[in-house]
Design a binder for this molecule. Structure first.
Ligand code: 5AD
Ligand code: SF4
Length: 445
């Protein structure tokens, strides 16, 4: 029987896709995925360290895994992802029963790390050896085997790492410098997805607008979108995440011209105050950001726009914070991800004086969510009576009587299940009701 592998994923889409690669590499070694940690032969935590809470969860989960290891001493435990990259050997010190630690760039080294584990099966792999799984590579991202989790949507890395060094963000320290994949390699992966029946691709990068800068072949994200748009079988193309300093006219033009590129932009604002943006080293002002949104909406009036917001960044005054609230009212996002600032290792902002008290940051986060929830609900309700093109993703998780899909603008839509509707279908749906989280509708035949 195949050995059972359980992977728990924390964090962003990039991590979700890394999990698909970890599963791909391990499936070649005879492992198959299971939904439950109980009875698994190997458990891997694919960790996130973007905020302290996520890192904390990794350690509390490791505590629970010790109990499983006591019951089954042959259980192999691995820690991958950003916490592994950031903490390295410290993980093994805190949790000596961990068998393997590998960073975001070392998924391809898993077989070697496991071999060493087997070699030293009397003891565990030494800390020194385990640390070898943590080198940030500067070479081009390789294409690893991928065991995909979604039946019709494929994640595709286009650029790894980040060179922006925003003063709050640990990502450049965990994922290293920007490295773009060659366009031909990306297109060939997507052609493979298309022939396997995939309908949608999400192009991933911490900063997709930087795509190609390091390749020296004059191909940017807009050019890449043109190439992918020509791949038959693929119906929808998304890209995440854009950076307001780099997002510009060429991309807007590509979004307008290319029929498969979805009308959605995720453009993290972080703060509405220029003083804060400057201290975050974001390289744009609020008026510049607003002007880009204005141009985008002028070109694509129906575009869905989402963003990330941070509250309680060091030095954020009530006045600064009010500018963020005003920005939310002014920009009318479809939805946002909002976070309370969290001190991260290696980042300059952790040393800034004037750290905002926890309670203030939390209170500001609640005020942001209150305003945005009202806007999101209003925007969702404005969809009632309108028709959308919906790609069905499968059965609804909450209600087996429903199927779930997404609009091109990435809004979740539930429709009543019918025998002739299956995952991968693209249907016209009229929206009949809306909540904060999703829309409900009926299929137009
Ligand atoms: N504290 C709070 N939020 C953060 N983010 C990144 N680093 C931090 C931090 N230290 C948020 C940003 C980013 C999103 C992925 O996570 O809003 O856009
Ligand atoms: Fe972090 Fe800034 Fe890079 Fe985004 S652009 S990953 S926030 S450093």
């Amino acid at each position: 029987m195949a050995k059972q592998l359980f992977i728990k994923t924390f964090g962003c889409q990039m991590n979700e896709h890394d999990t698909e690669k970890i599963a791909g590499v391990l499936s070649e070694l005879g492992y198959s995925l299971t939904d439950s940690p109980d009875g698994a032969d190997m458990i891997i935590l694919n960790t996130c360290s973007v905020r302290e809470k996520a890192e904390y969860k990794c350690y509390s989960d490791l505590g629970r895994l010790l109990e499983l290891k006591k019951k089954n001493p042959d259980l192999l435990i691995g820690v991958g992802g950003c916490v592994a990259q950031q903490e390295g050997g410290k993980i093994v010190k805190k949790a000596p029963y961990v068998d393997m630690v590998f960073g975001t760039d070392n998924i391809s080294d898993i077989p070697k790390l496991l071999e060493k584990k087997v070699e030293t099966s009397k003891g565990r792999v030494s800390t020194e050896r385990r640390r070898k799984g943590l080198t940030l590579k500067t070479e081009k991202v390789s294409s690893l085997p991928v065991l995909r989790n979604h039946p019709m949507m494929g994640y595709v890395n286009i650029v790894d790492g980040c060179d922006k060094f925003c003063t709050f963000c640990v990502v450049p320290h965990t994922r290293g410098r920007e490295r773009s994949r060659e366009p031909e390699e990306i297109c060939s992966e997507i052609r493979g997805l298309a022939s396997a029946g995939y309908k949608e691709v999400s192009l991933l990068g911490q900063n997709v607008d930087s795509y190609g800068k390091d390749l020296g072949n004059n191909v940017d994200l807009a050019d890449l979108l043109h190439m992918i748009n020509d791949i038959s079988g693929i119906k929808r193309i998304r890209f995440i995440t854009s950076h307001p300093a780099d997002f510009g006219d060429r991309l807007i033009d590509a979004m307008v011209k290319l029929s498969k590129v979805c009308e959605h932009l995720h453009l993290p604002l972080q703060s509405g105050s220029d003083r804060v943006l400057e201290r975050m080293k974001r390289n744009y002002t609020y008026p510049e950001y607003k002007e880009k949104i204005r141009k985008l909406r002028e070109a694509i009036p129906d575009v869905t726009i989402t963003a990330d917001i941070i509250t309680g960044f060091p030095g954020e005054t009530e006045d600064d914070f009010n500018k963020t609230l005003e920005a939310l009212e002014e920009l009318q996002y479809d939805s946002i991800f909002a976070f309370k600032y969290s001190k991260r290792p290696y980042t300059p902002a952790r040393l800034y004086e004037e750290q905002v008290p926890h309670e203030t940051g939390k209170d500001r986060l609640n005020r942001v969510l209150e305003i945005q929830n009202r806007i999101t609900l209003k925007k969702n309700q404005a969809c009632i009576g309108r028709e959308f093109n919906v790609l069905i993703e499968g059965e609804s998780k909450r209600d087996k009587g429903n199927m779930t899909g997404r609009t091109r603008g990435t809004k979740i839509v539930h429709i009543p299940r019918e025998d002739d509707i299956s995952a991968g279908d693209i249907l016209t749906v009229r929206i009949t009701s809306a909540t904060l989280a999703s829309l409900k509708g009926e299929v137009i035949r």
